[in-house]
Write a protein that binds this ligand. Structure first.
Ligand SMILES: *Cc1c(COP(=O)(O)O)cnc(C)c1O
Length: 409
């Protein structure tokens, strides 16, 4: 096998080990995560999306007259699905010119007495400026939900992200770091808010044997096949198929089922999570070292910008290294040539929310909210996998290819 045939996964998810799958042991993943995050308690959900729905329903009960939720125009389409599912009206906030965070002026322009919540979002492990969003939200009495789906392990001022707003959520989906195949975590700075979230969970989330069986089988399959020897069969081959049809939405994994399952997270998957969590800090530490070394090499290429944290005093995590290319034509040409090269290139999301035909109907009037800068980000971003499986030799090939693309410009 030549190095070119090894397929790198698109993110540095924490690989599972066989002994993680043992059927017995400590199932208190909530306690383990609370200790790991340095908080008194957390609430477990079956996905980040389900966690967001629990958060939104809780806030709806606290402020029933407010019906709008402000999210970045460039974020996971599941966020729009969750907001719509709760019967709330989404509003799209444009991004800043110089960071992947919401633009503060655009945010102030959207906030009103109608605003239930704002979702500053830590995309790609980079830390958003939640203090600023909170300051803006407080002026109109709106809540702040930190979407830290992609940032379990990121810190700001020495504390976990997710605790500067009123509610924080993390995802344990495949590829986002720690995984129970699908899973979600809710945190809250304030004990009364955590209790309110727990009450909503108890009133709305049920056990589902069928979903637990399905997710357990998927987690087993993932543990068995998320390995260098089988990565090409389970990730590379389907990716090439999507790309052969020019279906970038499927290639990027942006094609979500319309139904959002809500159920509890079963004991066996919690046990797997407890055992894998013991390795997460070391995993992110090693990933950070690799990312800092490789970021410096990437940043040295003319025209290529490595995306950094928006917040000061931040220590993000590095599932990927996000790059901004000089223009869309160059980004698209790079992806056409090398998305399937096995280097783990991908797009965080293909479009801003209103540009997906299948999700635009969820937006209602918000499909007309200004998103110029967010669209520019969507068109120029590339995520380079920070998986340890991307060897130095493969990374050198990637650097050379990037250099050729920028020189051609
Ligand atoms: C993945 C993701 C979600 C949803 O989390 P799931 O666990 O996949 O349901 C929400 N927000 C962002 C920014 C995400 O990347």
């Amino acid at each position: 096998m030549t190095s070119a045939r090894i397929t790198t996964p698109p993110t540095a998810g924490l690989p599972l080990q066989w002994r993680d799958l043992w059927p017995w042991g400590d199932a208190q993943l909530d306690r383990a995560l609370a200790a790991w995050l340095g908080v008194p308690g957390v609430l477990l959900e079956c996905s980040g999306t389900s966690a967001l729905m629990v958060a939104l329903r809780t806030l709806q009960q606290l402020q029933p007259t407010r019906g709008e939720v402000i999210v970045p125009a460039y974020t996971c389409p599941l966020v729009a699905m969750a907001v719509a599912q709760c019967g709330l009206q989404i509003r799209l906030c444009d991004l800043a010119q110089d960071s992947l965070d919401m633009d503060a002026d655009a945010l102030r322009g959207l906030l009103s007495a109608q605003t239930l919540a704002v979702l500053p979002t830590h995309l790609a492990g980079r830390v958003a400026d939640v203090a600023l969003a909170r300051h803006c939200a407080q002026a109109v009495g709106a809540y702040v939900i930190e979407d830290a789906a992609q940032a379990l392990g990121a810190r700001v001022n020495g504390h976990s992200v997710g605790l500067q707003g009123d509610v924080g959520l993390f995802s344990m989906a495949v590829g986002k770091g720690l995984t129970t195949y699908e899973g979600g975590v809710l945190v809250a700075r304030d004990a009364a808010m955590l209790a309110a979230l727990r009450a909503t969970h108890q009133a709305t989330v049920r056990v589902s044997r069928w979903w637990e069986c399905r997710r357990s089988a998927e987690l087993l399959g993932y543990a068995a096949l998320f390995r260098p020897a089988t990565m090409d069969a389970v990730y590379g081959a389907p990716l090439r198929k999507s790309l052969a049809r020019a279906d970038w939405i499927e290639a990027a994994g942006d094609d979500f089922d319309a139904q959002i399952p809500q159920h509890t997270l079963g004991a066996w998957r919690r046990r797997v999570g407890v055992r894998a969590l013991a390795r997460l800090a070391a995993h992110w530490q090693a990933a950070e070292q690799q990312a800092l070394r490789r970021s410096a090499q990437l940043a040295a290429l003319p025209g290529i910008e490595v995306v950094g944290d928006a917040a000061a005093q931040a220590q993000g995590i590095w599932p990927v290294i996000a790059l901004r290319m000089p223009n869309q034509a160059m980004r698209d040409a790079l992806m056409q040539s090398h998305w399937a090269s096995g280097w783990g290139l991908s797009l965080p999301f293909v479009h801003v929310l209103p540009d997906y035909a299948q999700y635009a109907p969820l937006l209602g009037a918000a499909r007309h909210d200004a998103a110029w800068q967010a669209r520019d980000w969507a068109q120029r971003l590339v995520a380079v996998s920070n998986s340890a499986w991307l060897s130095d030799a493969q990374f050198a090939d990637l650097l050379q290819a990037l250099q050729q693309f920028t020189q051609r410009a």
